[in-house]
Unconditional design. Structure first.
Lengths: 343, 232
């Protein structure tokens, strides 16, 4: 019987006909409160303890049959490497956030000499190693990172100033991206060496809910292109938010596949993608909050049926699981995809 | 001051906001003062009109967040010049609003636009800024005797902070006395219903009109209670 790894890789390699069914994945954060309880891997400890990180990152696979495991569960890993002070909200399961944006210009960045020892990179690397040990070749190991635009604009520099620079001081934006680019590539390749099968670029700050298609091409695309060119694993470019008008630009970024959420309808996306590169994999787009979290089971089933019918290559939320999602709903989400197995 | 002068100044202010040009907005505002265009009118028909235009373009995906931010800056540039010249009478507060971006989120552009529009519409706004701890909303609403708490968040994980505020209000027995409105990128009518806020504003314009309705309702309720007291 084909493994999760086989079907996942078949789709990424452009051989979907060899997969026994559509994979059901989440290449962003797979953490939920239920999974934290089930494996004694609570936040914030699971952000710092590789064992807990690996257990939490594989809970959705173990308990619900999700076709991948995924770490970390945080968008601030890279920003921390460059000098952001992170608030882990000790004592509560809240998303890590930035307390104060101290960096105001590229010269204030601290670029680590040895990325493998910087911030939580060694924790993520060790978690990947543990996951590879247990799941290597059977379940694909995904590691995600916040790429330059999202990481800098949301977690390193005050977002308001940064977004204004797109119009007022574009060169500052480019300086930030250029100065940090190598480090992102190094992080991704450390993840690859540790055993990651796929690297997801979780570019949630670059949808057209935030910036224009023109700015996407100017400030996002060139850096993603270089990252995908230099990263050794297959890559997924995941953008939650509206992307219909930047789909072709997203494809130009050179990732192996793109992932989108419910704000990008699959039917329309498929048509655009087919016009440019037939068969290019699209991952998505079951609403993480409104459907997978909220349920009920029938509604999850319907949403999955529609996504498959509309031509999605892997079923996924297209964004982080909502923390309060009941484990049974994630089980129902996976089951609904399994039902579509070829007979 | 002729009708055409008024129109010219309004157009200049609107255009400055549309372009996101602070200098032009300041120039327009000074011109309004020099030509004795009532500052309140210049704000409403000039600056706020510009913000409405920008909001529409944002809605139509002609403008994006960076454009909104620069337009807001231009609006502030004009507002800073005009607001001190609004006669006391017209600036008498129509109600008091506690405004802030909830804990964990620092995206405050939407909140700032709402603040500008509320201020220009004659409300007193206590701006708590961004990443505001839950207890601060509650304490300020109490100490200021505010009618409305308005909260926003752009991000999804921080939606929970809104629920925290609603639950704290409930615990303090303030629910219903202080009305709440929520808004921001990740907020929806469904979320409002789930956490029991009194209103949801899908954009700045809607937020302002719903806040007006909330305050009118509070005033009407208070007055009808007064009448009942009188008759008994």
């Amino acid at each position: 019987m084909p493994s999760s790894y086989d079907r996942f890789m078949a789709v990424l390699d452009g051989r979907p006909e060899e997969a026994d069914r559509t994979p059901c994945v989440n290449t962003t954060s797979v953490a939920t409160l239920g999974f934290m309880d089930a494996y004694d891997a609570h936040w914030p400890a699971a952000h710092h303890d590789p064992g807990k990180m690996a257990r939490l990152g594989s809970a959705a696979h173990r308990l619900c049959g999700l076709d991948n495991v995924s770490v970390p569960f945080c968008m601030t890993v890279e920003a921390e490497v460059f000098g952001s002070a992170i608030d882990f909200h000790e004592g509560s399961a809240r998303w890590p956030s930035i307390r104060e944006f101290k960096i105001t210009e590229p010269s204030e960045l601290s670029i680590p000499e040895d990325v493998s020892e910087a911030g939580r990179v060694p924790v993520v690397v060790e978690a990947i190693r543990l996951l590879k040990e247990e799941f290597g070749g059977v379940v694909p190991v995904n590691a995600y990172l916040a790429p330059p635009f999202t990481s800098i604009s949301s977690y390193l520099v005050d977002s308001i100033s940064f977004l204004k620079w797109l119009r007022r001081s574009p060169e500052t934006v480019h300086e930030f991206c250029r100065a940090t680019l190598d480090t992102y590539v190094e992080i991704a390749n450390l993840y690859e060496e540790a055993g990651a099968n796929v690297i997801t670029l979780h570019e949630m700050g670059a949808s057209t809910d935030i910036i224009s298609p023109t700015h996407f091409d100017e400030f996002v695309k060139p850096y993603l292109r270089e990252i995908t060119r230099r990263v050794k694993t297959p890559t997924v470019l995941n953008i939650c938010g509206s992307t219909m008008t930047i789909l072709e630009s997203m494809m130009d970024c050179g990732a192996t596949a793109i992932a989108v959420d419910e704000r990008t309808p699959i039917h329309g996306a498929r048509r655009i993608v087919e016009g440019k590169q037939p068969g290019y994999p699209i991952i998505g787009n079951i609403p993480a909050y409104d459907v997978i979290h909220a349920g009920p089971v029938e509604r999850i089933g319907e949403a999955v049926d529609n996504a498959v019918k509309d031509g999605v290559d892997m079923v996924a939320p297209g964004c982080d699981f909502w923390l309060e999602t009941p484990t049974d709903n994630i089980k129902a989400f996976v089951d609904a995809v399994v039902k579509h197995a070829k007979t | 001051m002729s009708e055409s002068t008024r129109e010219r100044v309004f157009k200049k202010l609107t255009h400055a906001v549309d372009l996101g040009d602070e200098e032009l907005a300041a120039e327009g505002a000074n011109e309004a003062l020099a030509e004795e265009v009532p500052p309140y009118d210049a704000i409403i028909h000039g600056l706020a009109e510009g913000m409405k235009l920008v909001g529409d373009k944002y809605e139509r995906k002609e403008y994006f967040l960076p454009d909104m931010l620069l337009s807001a800056d231009a609006m502030y540039a004009g507002l800073n010049i005009l607001t001190p010249h609004i006669p006391k009478d017209a600036s008498r507060s129509k109600g008091k609003i506690i405004l802030g971006v909830v804990e964990g989120d620092v995206h405050d552009i939407g909140k700032n636009i709402v603040k500008v529009m509320l201020t220009a519409s004659g409300y007193e706004v206590i701006d708590l800024g961004r990443d505001v701890p839950t207890p601060e909303f509650i304490e300020k609403a109490k100490s200021e005797g505010a009618q409305v708490i308005a909260m926003s968040t752009l991000m999804t994980p921080t939606l929970m902070s809104m629920q925290d505020v609603e639950q704290s209000l409930d615990k303090e027995g303030m629910k219903g006395k202080v009305r709440t409105i929520i808004g921001g990128g990740s907020v929806s009518e469904e979320w409002r219903e789930r956490i029991g806020s009194d209103a949801y504003g899908k954009d700045a314009t809607e937020a302002v009109s719903k806040i007006k309705t909330l305050i009118d309702t509070i005033i009407a309720t208070a007055e009808s209670m007064k009448e009942e007291d009188g008759s008994s």
